[in-house]
Design a protein. Sequence first.
Length: 468
Amino acid sequence: MKTKTIVTSLIALACTAVHAADLTPAETQAIAEEAFIYGLPIVMNYAVMHEYAVDKGGPQFKAPFNQIKNEPRVFTYEDTAIITPNSDTPYSFNWLDLRAEPMVLSVPAVPKERYYAVQLIDGNTYNYGYIGSRSTGNEAGDYMVVGPDWKGEKPAGIKKVFTSTTPFSVAGYRTQLFNAADMPNVVKVQAGYKAQPLSAFLKQSAPAAAPKIDFLPATTAGIQANFFQYLDAAIRFVPPAPGEEETRAKLAKIGIGIDKPFDFKSLSAEQKEAFMLGMKSGDEKVDKFLASGIKNVNGWNIGSFFGDRDFFKGNWLMRAAAAKGGLYGNDAVEATYPFTRVDGTGEKLDGSKHNYTLTFPAGQFPPVNAFWSVTMYDGTSQFLIKNPINRYLINSPMLPEMKKNADGSLTLYIQKDSPGADKESNWLPAPNDLIYLVMRLYWPKKEAPSILPPGEGTWKPPGIVKAD
């Protein structure tokens, strides 16, 4: 069924749908729970899009649609638009508006020793394509990104066509940084990233511009208080796919995605409570899935949460868990993310109470084709933490400056206070509070030892050890 046909049928259904006020509180709560699970990644993505590409006066704004914003730096504690941000690789962002015509993304030749990846993510938070070291190689090339309704042939000179399920999409570029002195080289690579409309690439006249949209202002901080209003706004830019008709019909019953904006304030106190209870129970299910839907290896949780539409196969709970665990994560073959909130014995990590160590035995570093890292986050907010040495992670490019033990093993000191000048090269500063640790294994090796399949591979991350 075509997208427009599905939308038309849903609008017709919405016009005859019962309103939330006509449902029992139990019915409302059940649908609200389902709506939260289905809509969480859609809303989170919408909020980031608004902060990065729409709200020009906001502190997180990057660039207007269809313009690349290169960041000649890595993320710090001041970056709060995306939870669990990556501080390994300088980013470039390009939010794409594909309504009027496709966009052509061009990449330069990148030295083979430098890993880079362009991750294409749509409004469903599906990873619908990759350009980069693993997927297409480090050669220069031109690639086309099209919206869900585009029809046409691949133009000459285009290496590959990627199709977004939504008219708005984001291209997230990661460019490996070896050390602080390497930043000028990263900047040179970033300068080679180009984006242009298909008409400009073909040197043809441009089609009519897409209509201007008055987006509902949204911030990541405001999601919890206004979730269903945001979902109603965001879902209008996410065409329903075949198989989603029943879910969208349920949302229409509670006033989401119909022909008029969702108005939470107009509901009775009883209905408002049902919505909030539904959101709470939905959130609890997401947390439970995050805690139990993956393999536990020495206290580290390892799973495969990210992928394209075929990967999720309508599993909205897994999609919501992926977004909450770390929005815009990579497919496992691009990067695998062991994460933990506990030590090797299962006790909760708390920097206000204990110091910890993480020791990699000699010759047993994470097996990757690119590089690996261990990043520290605040256990509550999942943001990077302010610390006296401005160090948010330890990664493999730092190994030459770190001190190994006599047996060749490497010990990381995970604590809020310095372990002393002689050990500071191996110090990963922790918050004076709960700890959330994430490993990133970029382009993991497939041959043994390997972390793949995620959680079942022959390489296993060592557990965190309480040091005092």
